[in-house]
Design a protein around this ligand. Sequence first.
Ligand code: BGP
Length: 476
Amino acid sequence: MNLEFPKNFWWGAATSGPQSEGRFNKKHANMFDYWYEIQPEEFYNQVGPDTASNFYNSFREDIALMKEIGLNSIRTSIQWTRLIDDLEAGTVNEDAVRFYNEVIDEFIKNDIRPVINLHHFDLPVELYHRYGGWESKHVVDLYVKFAERCFELFSDRVVDWFTFNEPMVIVEGEYLHQFHYPNLVDGKKAVQVAYNIQLASAKAIARFRELNRNPDGRIGIILNLTPPYPKSDAPEDLAASEFADLWLNQLFMNASTLGEFPEKLAAVLEKDGMLWDASQEELTTIKANTIDYLGVNYYHPHRVQAPAVSPNSLTVDWMPEKYFDEYEMPGRRMNVDKGWEIYPKAIYDIGINIRDNYGNIDWFVSENGMGVSREERYLNEAGVIEDDYRIQFIQEHLYWLNKAMAEGSHCFGYHLWTPIDCWSWKNAYRNRYGFISTNIHTQVKTIKKSGHWIKNVAETNQVTLEDTLIKTIENN
Ligand code: BGP
């Protein structure tokens, strides 16, 4: 069976400034740079973001490899901590301007569409220490200054913009579940930070519409939509699933596409005394500045059940998880290295949800992928990593994506995380995701089997699936 994809479909991959460039010549440290400085033992093998995958120095060679495997679009991010010299005034650093100009020009010269994101978990740490970071509306305005500089400098050539990557991960990592510095557990702050980031996104969109220099220019947001699936049809499990969806997905999705936060969520937050501080003027800005299109990062589903303890009887501090518990579905398929369930059909459910509930807005898969450790296990005699598991993972997700598209969902592309193995936050280089491998000691980069495979897909806009694989897909 051949899956057919439209001409001009985006076949590409995503990375970020902090995970690929390395710290070279950066004036400011971001949250992760700082965390590594003070607690390197928190990072896998104590490998930090300092060299990352050396993109700052080797971007021409790296882009040549991306071109060689047929990718027609790449997402990366501009680092606030690199571009801006004076964070309050929003003045730019000349070396950073040179660097990003050269990167953008190099992509375009190689017929690769540069897709630029403005924030990938990389708040300048000074702004956290001075103002509480995203807790502060002053920081929202400093982010908007940074965004303005990006639009002024690069929107003559960059058509595709995104304001944030996975804002919910910032909320969870920094304020609820302790996997991003400063590792707080504070539900009230978490709610305010979510609101402030949405406000920052809307304000940046407003400025984009004034400053954008390109008639085709578009701006959106990238959300990690992790559909919740309830354990059963029991009313308590359904209620848990509904709240998980409100908090994890609809909060940013509704505000970004429809201009309003979900009323049911706001009502629960209000009842609990947790609602964000918002002014009418801010809400009007959010309403008026919805996105042109959407990026969806999808890795794994959420399986949820009613919380073991009734939300009303909890005496512990407020957390959104008082309304739902995770549920380990028996027999689930796992990527054991990363600890994430593999459930490709969710991509179909996401596509249909966008079609039916969000005005069928244009969207693309902005991240999907499989992090696998010790990939040298799969090296063949020719020195190529035979990552058949990754090819199959992509094929299965494309099968369901293609079905959603056939049923009218407006998806225009698929980006793997990531083009070239890159630094993965606390996990550093433990799990590898790329079409191309990186030796972190020598920085030698080698195309994997999946890189050769995607080239053929990108050239033909077709994905060939064996009958046995289709049976596997349909039985899952
Ligand atoms: C996403 C992030 C990426 C990337 C990816 C893989 O949430 O947007 O930056 O890191 O997850 O996850 P990890 O790096 O934790 O393995």
